[in-house]
Design a binder for this molecule. Sequence first.
Ligand code: PMV
Length: 314
Amino acid sequence: MKSIASAPGKIILFGEHFVVHGTNALLAAIDKRVTVTSTFTENKTIKVNSELGIIEVPMSSSHEEVKSEFRPFVYLANKMINSHQDVNGLEITINSDIPIGVGLGSSSACCVAATASIFGLFKEWSSKELLKISIEAEKTIFPDTSGADCTVCTYGGMIEYPSIEKIDNTFDLNLLIANSMIPHNTKNSVEKVNKFKKNNEDRFSQLCDLENGLINKVIMAMKNNDAATLGLKMSENQKYLEEIQVSNYTLRDMISSLSEISLGSKITGAGDGGCIIALVNDENVSKVPALLGKGKECFSAKLDTKGVVWEKEK
Ligand code: PMV
């Protein structure tokens, strides 16, 4: 029997980093997915196959004994094996079309899809339970996660976090994702922001208030089909991200090269590399690759509305 689950990647429209410190955020699931397939085996091992490599460890292994990228899978497998004595082994296979380490939610989508797939072998699950466990799994790699990424990967669509309220945008957003092709490390960027907060407590608290105010205005702008305000707020949010020092020369250069044709643009995700998003009118989309120059990737962010999807095969 196979238990197969997939979950979408994501972009953060507003609120990255500040959300770790308690602000709201706006996120959208995108049409790139990770698929996790789990099966029982008789091998007395937990085996994980992914494009990052293959591991096979004894059933008694703890997640702390394996390389960090495999920890969530071993953590989830253990959780189920420990409460089901009759299991003789598990094999977990991950296939993904989400680029890794560039802020498009690859690790969260893996945690959500793996939770659904592994738990699905044993029992039915609710979205609420799935989300709770997938955040636990993500914490084995990144203990400070806000949980916002796993939330949007679970529910899909465009949501406000933490309320999980769906935001219906009636106008076509035409958000472009441009990849700097510089991998980033979320944990390091979050630690850097923690230091900034420690050294600039009052200003950081002001920035958190500004971020919340900005998100309220964005939600109004979305309701009013006001793309111009949305773009302006993206650029305003980018200023806050520059101030907390998660931008760099390459990202600034990408943003400024699109400034003439975009309504607004900003980092999406942890920054220090990874991707930017830009709000661009239809007639200007074709100009983007040339403006970004060589060595960058760029594609349209199509919204995913399904969230996590699960099926069992006999
Ligand atoms: O790992 P990324 O690039 O998708 O960024 C995560 C977003 C942060 O706000 C920086 C961290 C978090 O847990 O919300």
